[in-house]
Design a protein around this ligand. Structure first.
Ligand code: SDX
Length: 377
């Protein structure tokens, strides 16, 4: 790049090779290892996607049984991590608790320094297995309840709902969560994954990389947007308020409508297409389609603006989770429960083909300034 040219926000800058994920932004297409997100969402469980992202191929029946067993065997929150969660001050932000607990996982790993390929795979499985337990333990402590132990009969998604509510979910809710986890599992060089890769590129460990990624995901321009979406819907309140609410907000040119726009997609995010169906379906099952219908009306208004904007993954996940009875403060943690496998896959890829990530900056200050003594400044 020529001197004086700055790629603000690294927009459109290709920073590395990857084999994990492909997004075709102008066509709204997304692939994990070459498989369309629509096929994965329709036909695969989260366990199959975990195998795909960590091994680079879809599992056969025996391999799926094996990884399912590994994930179940890795369940069981270490007491040290449980204590960290329990000792969080009342009112702590759930993403702060998750970030702190993820970091504490390193302290309870029997071999934290093992960064062999087997060691990295084991750590990835451990984090995927334990993230639902961390989020659910925090959720229950906040409600004055003790965490429940994982249910060995249940798959990853159903067990997550079981851990939250202490009772087995219905088949519809379990499948909706499974699809949501598949859809959020991976998304190439998004901000949190890139954060993980920057940390991994120093040859630091997977817990450090994932802990940093959680910090990046928390922001409202990234994974934090799903909580922002439901707050927006609740603030608007009724369908009749949508148009005046949007007109008022868009008077401010810095206003950002949560759940809309994307750095890469210039059309509808394909994950939003799937989640839209689940938002409507969940609404029908729960006897109220109000939040789905309001979301749909906002989508229609936004796409017919002079500069159209389209929903991203965070838009319809919010109304789906809300109608599943899940509280807004855990929407971004749910995103992390799904994305942890994507982060781990990228840490492994980065460290397998490593080069330290250390960009340059365009300095605008002076140089060679005389240094005055302290009493002359
Ligand atoms: C995720 O990167 C990933 O892959 C992320 C993700 C993943 O799976 O990992 O897909 C998950 O993070 C989804 C995005 C969640 N964030 C939000 O929903 C927050 C609202 N969205 C925006 O703030 C914004 O669209 C971003 C942050 C998502 C993208 O930001 P960019 O690429 O820096 O774009 P921008 O903010 O500079 O906007 C470009 C233009 C501007 O207009 P102009 O100045 O050119 O006239 O589009 C407008 C913006 O005003 N715009 C919006 C808008 N998004 C873009 N205007 C109002 N509301 C919005 N949401």
């Amino acid at each position: 790049m020529a001197e004086g040219m700055v790629a603000k926000g690294l927009q459109d800058v290709v920073v590395d090779d990857t084999w994990i994920c492909k997004i075709i932004g102008d066509q709204g297409k997304l692939y994990y290892y070459g498989y369309s997100i629509h096929d994965l969402a329709e036909h695969c469980t989260y366990e199959e996607v975990v195998f795909l992202l960590l091994k680079g191929k879809l599992p056969n029946r025996a391999e799926l049984d094996q990884i399912t067993r590994e994930l179940k065997e890795a369940r069981g929150l270490p007491y040290g991590v449980r204590d960290v969660i329990k000792s969080a001050p009342k009112g702590s932000i759930p993403m702060d608790v998750l970030r702190t607990a993820a970091s504490a996982l390193a302290l309870t790993d029997p071999k934290p320094g093992d960064d062999s390929p087997e060691g990295r795979y084991r750590k990835a499985i451990r984090m995927v297995a334990l993230f639902p337990e961390i989020v659910a333990a925090d959720y229950r402590f906040r409600r004055g309840e003790e965490p429940v132990a994982s249910n060995p009969k249940l798959n990853h998604a159903a067990n997550f709902l079981y851990l939250l509510h202490g009772k087995e979910p219905g088949a519809d809710a379990a499948r909706t969560m499974d699809v949501a986890l598949v859809l959020h599992a991976e998304h190439d060089f998004n901000a949190s994954t890139f954060t993980a890769r920057v940390i991994a590129a120093t040859m630091s460990d997977m817990y450090s990389a994932v802990t940093g990624a959680i910090g990046a995901l928390k922001g409202p321009l990234h994974g934090g947007a799903n909580e922002g979406v439901i707050k927006t819907l609740l603030e608007i309140g009724e369908p009749a308020n949508i148009k005046p609410w949007l007109a008022e907000k868009f008077k401010d040119k810095n206003f950002r409508l949560m759940g809309f726009g994307h750095r890469v997609y210039k059309t509808l995010d394909p994950r939003a297409i799937v989640l839209k169906k689940y938002s409507e379906k969940t609404g029908r099952e729960r006897g109220t389609t109000k939040w789905f219908e309001m979301s749909n009306e906002i989508e229609q208004i936004m796409k017919t603006r002079e500069k159209p904007l389209y929903p991203n993954v965070d838009f319809y996940s919010a109304s789906t989770y809300f109608m599943m009875g899940l509280p807004p403060e855990i929407y971004t943690p749910i995103f992390a429960v799904a994305r942890v496998v994507g982060w781990c896959a990228h840490v492994i890829e980065q460290q397998t083909h490593n080069k330290l990530i250390r960009p340059a900056a365009d300095y605008h200050g002076e140089i060679d300034k005389p240094l005055p003594p302290i009493d002359k400044r």
